[in-house]
Design a protein around this ligand. Structure first.
Ligand code: AKB
Length: 319
């Protein structure tokens, strides 16, 4: 990878993936693109930025040509909970950006990274130690997009030789940009709420819903390690299970309460999020990623809590 285009760069992952790529490949070799003017204005302070609607194939191809791009990182997505509010829009955006990425990559000889998710699984998937290759019948439009995306990406690899690679992300915990519209968002939101006066958080996910989670630094390393991996070692491509920790809201909140003894939590369960959380794995088996490209996470839940509390307090100006 020498010249990288990140589409959907203004979101939770892009906000931290772009500087990570800039550190590894050089600031001028990373082009950030987003639909929103305010994101483009912000990103252009730190590197090359383009306003781009990734569902517009001509504009997308022009950007790839103009910047001589050889790798596309496709982060455009409406997430699981928002997707259920507008399924057709979610399908149009998620699949539109992916199909354009694949076709443009085929035309210009680019590699493609598109994240899949724990959302690609469904109620009939084995929930504990979810295998790499297993039943994938998701119950959400987001999941349908992820499964279709995995299949399409493998198809473009075998049929046209496009170098497509992907990981199935757990919920990502981070302190840069906020996530939006996901089922796992509670595991970020809680940190911002619990440091405020009152130290209270109301959670929309049931207290006993186990889901895989990951801290952003591990997620970023996964992306670049996979994209740099020796292709001859990859028996899978789209998409690898990657895991580092799994917990329920109750487990997370009890661990936070050990650091903030007067923290209080209650639940106002959103039935849509509850059904989604219930359909997803409790924890995934990521042994294929470990064997095929050396995946090895660093962060566990206790270390993440300490780091997140320090970071969000600093952002809020609290000592
Ligand atoms: C969501 O909750 O929709 C996302 C995901 C796990 O893909 N964070």
């Amino acid at each position: 990878m020498k010249r990288i285009l990140v589409i959907g760069a203004g979101g939770q992952i892009g906000t931290e993936l772009v500087p990570h790529l800039q550190r590894l490949y050089g600031t001028d070799n990373v082009i950030s693109a987003d639909l929103k003017d305010e994101q483009v204005a912000k990103m252009s302070q730190f590197g090359i930025a383009e306003k781009l609607d990734a569902t517009d194939a001509n504009a997308f191809a022009e950007a790839v040509k103009k910047h001589k791009v050889d790798a596309i990182f496709n982060l455009v997505a409406l997430l699981s909970a928002t997707g259920e509010k507008m399924p057709q829009v979610a399908w149009g955006i998620n699949m539109g950006a992916l199909l354009n990425s694949l076709n443009i990559a085929k035309e210009f000889g680019c590699a493609v990274f598109t994240p899949s998710s724990i959302g690609a699984f469904g109620t009939s998937t084995p929930h504990d130690g979810t295998p790499q290759d297993t039943i994938m019948r998701p119950n959400t439009i987001y999941g349908c997009c992820k499964v279709a995306g995995e299949l399409l990406s493998d198809y473009y690899f075998t049929r046209f030789g496009v170098d497509t690679r992907s990981v199935r992300f757990p919920g990502i915990i981070s302190n840069g940009a906020m996530p939006g519209g996901g089922t796992t968002d509670y595991a970020v939101e809680v940190f911002y709420e619990i440091i405020k006066e009152g130290h209270h958080y109301t959670c929309e996910v049931p207290e006993d819903s186990y889901m895989d989670m990951m801290y952003m630094p591990d997620a970023l390393k996964a992306v670049t390690d996979l994209m740099e991996a020796d292709p001859s070692r990859l028996r899978h491509r789209n998409s690898f299970n990657i895991a580092s920790m799994s917990f329920t809201p109750k487990i997370l909140f009890e661990a936070i309460r050990k650091r903030i003894p007067d923290a209080t939590f209650d639940y106002n369960v959103d039935p849509v999020k509850a059904a989604i959380a219930d359909s997803w794995p409790n924890w995934m088996d990521d042994s294929c990623a470990r064997e095929e490209w050396g995946w090895k996470p660093v962060w566990d839940m206790e270390a993440v809590i300490d780091d997140m509390l320090a970071a969000v307090r600093k952002k809020a100006g609290i000592k």
